[in-house]
Design a protein around this ligand. Structure first.
Ligand code: ADP
Ligand code: ASP
Ligand code: MG
Length: 460
């Protein structure tokens, strides 16, 4: 069995949905299991509308609602689909509006409510696409993944749980597949054990696809997107970037963790355990084989495969001479961070033990500074710790490739290139996997650094 996931741009309008239908229908052999993301921009609009409702900005959320209506009803019209689907879609659209009006009345939105609303884009598109396939005489049925993808209750960034989900999937979806039906499943969402709708984090449909791949022991999972596979850099930043034929799970995990949007950062976990290969392919260039991601790839010595970056980060620095020798400072720093639910993207501690610095998302930073100052009140009073500093608007750049392991001199090359281009390196990661070198620069230098590194390490 093959699971095929199509991303937002691939289902962005009627023409593209026709292409997707072509790909699905013409796939030889068994019917693929299809996972869809919301139409391009829809999840964004749902989140924006929810924020507008929270601040009582009726004009904005009505306007967004109208756009959502036009987008979805427009596709139904263009694909010449019937009245009963239209009614179903209108009902869902009305539910969104009702939720926004309730949020406006309450003046606040909970993470649960936000997840419920964010999941609507996927609910809308699977119904439309399944109906379109039926209009082409393909036996297709849409499924909402909150019926069988059981997740942790970490709203906005939930993790699917295999043991809780597999039996539900077998009961709710498998009979349809066994009958020869085509299943069209919502990406991005699940349901917590307590029965609330959750979402798997932005870009989470990739994770839905690999997770379903693991539930059915798929032969392969194909992620259909808008570029020719995983590339040597984000083609929007480096026009010279080219697609890579093969990569290992670990390499792609590193790339996506460090910002390559082409895959959700946690999406390789389910397939890694079961050793299910993943292919990244281009809906706009379906003849192209794309990238295959698997356990074993030929390791090319010394080869840098791809360069990636994440922006809008903050570097936090806990400093002080008195930290030397006080046991447990690092443990308390990281405990405080984890209690706040923040995610550390990179850590670096200088060997003199006089500072611990780490990088988090910018929007989480101020809250952490306040919590850390509280945690270390006594040490700060005693001057053992000088303070907690914050440097906003930094970026992490990562140079990735399994062949870098044990190859001396790559770090030297990397930092020669940044130096030559006048890019100031603020911190370097310590003890990372050897598949990557990661370092922090000012946000304004990020794209320039990626372009320079790509030119000298990959193009040449
Ligand atoms: P989808 O909607 O199909 O999930 P995304 O926008 O989430 O698509 O991911 C695809 C985008 O990821 C590409 O358009 C590209 O700009 C970006 N991207 C970033 N880094 C890379 C990379 N190394 N290789 C390929 N694409 C990348
Ligand atoms: N629609 C969701 C998002 O925009 C999930 C996805 O696209 O994978 O984040
Ligand atoms: Mg995506």
């Amino acid at each position: 069995m093959i699971v095929m996931k199509f991303g937002g741009t691939s289902v962005g309008n009627a023409e593209r949905l026709k292409k997707v239908a072509d790909i699905v229908i013409n796939h030889p052999g068994e019917k693929p299991i299809v996972v869809l993301s919301a139409m391009a921009k829809v999840t964004e609009m749902l989140i924006e509308g929810t924020k507008a409702a929270e601040r009582g900005d009726e004009e904005t959320f009505y306007e967004i609602h109208e756009k959502l209506r036009e987008k979805h009803l427009g596709v139904i019209h263009d694909l010449k689909l019937g009245a009963s689907l239209e009614r179903e879609i209108k009902n869902l659209l009305e539910k969104i509006l009702n939720l926004w009006e309730a949020i406006e009345a309450l003046g606040e939105v909970t993470p649960r409510a936000l997840d419920l609303i964010s999941s609507m884009g996927e609910r809308l598109i699977v119904r439309i696409f399944a109906d379109y396939l039926r209009s082409l005489q393909v036996p297709a049925r849409s499924f909402d993944a909150d019926e069988f993808v059981v997740t942790t209750d970490t709203h906005g960034n939930a993790c699917p749980i295999f043991s809780d989900s597999v039996e539900l999937f077998n009961r709710k979806v498998m009979p349809w597949i066994k009958e020869g039906g085509l299943a069209v499943i919502t990406g991005f969402m699940g349901k917590s054990r307590s029965g609330r709708v959750t979402t798997l984090g932005r870009g989470g449909s990739d994770l839905t696809a690999t997770f379903i791949g693991s539930l059915v022991n798929a032969r392969e999972v194909w992620i259909w997107t808008d570029v020719d596979g995983v590339m040597t850099a984000d083609p929007r930043v480096v026009p010279e970037a080219r697609s890579l034929k093969e990569l290992s799970f670990v390499e792609v995990a590193e790339l996506s963790y460090y910002g390559a949007k082409v895959m959700h950062p946690r999406s390789l976990l389910p397939v890694l355990e079961k050793n299910i290969p993943v292919r990244i392919r281009n809906t706009f260039n379906p003849g192209f084989p794309g990238t295959i991601i698997s356990k074993q790839t030929k390791e090319q010595k010394g080869i840098v495969k791809s360069i990636t970056y994440i922006k809008d980060l903050t570097l936090l620095n806990v400093t002080g001479r008195g930290m030397l020798g006080i046991p447990g400072i690092a443990a308390r720093v990281f405990k405080t961070v984890s209690e706040k639910g923040a995610n550390i993207l990179m850590i670096s501690q200088s060997s003199s033990e006089q500072n611990i610095c780490f990088v988090v998302k910018k929007h989480e930073a101020q809250n952490l500074v306040d919590s850390l100052k509280k945690e270390f009140e006594l040490e700060i009073y005693r001057r053992d710790i000088e303070g907690v500093e914050k440097l906003d608007d930094v970026a992490i750049i990562s140079v990735v490739g399994a062949g870098m392991r044990g190859t001396p001199g790559i770090a030297g090359k990397v930092f020669t290139i940044t130096g030559k281009n006048g890019i100031n390196v603020i911190a370097i990661a310590q003890g990372s996997s050897e598949f990557n070198i990661s370092f922090v620069v000012e946000g304004k230098d990020a794209e320039r650094a990626v372009v320079a590194l790509h030119r000298e390490l990959i193009e040449s």
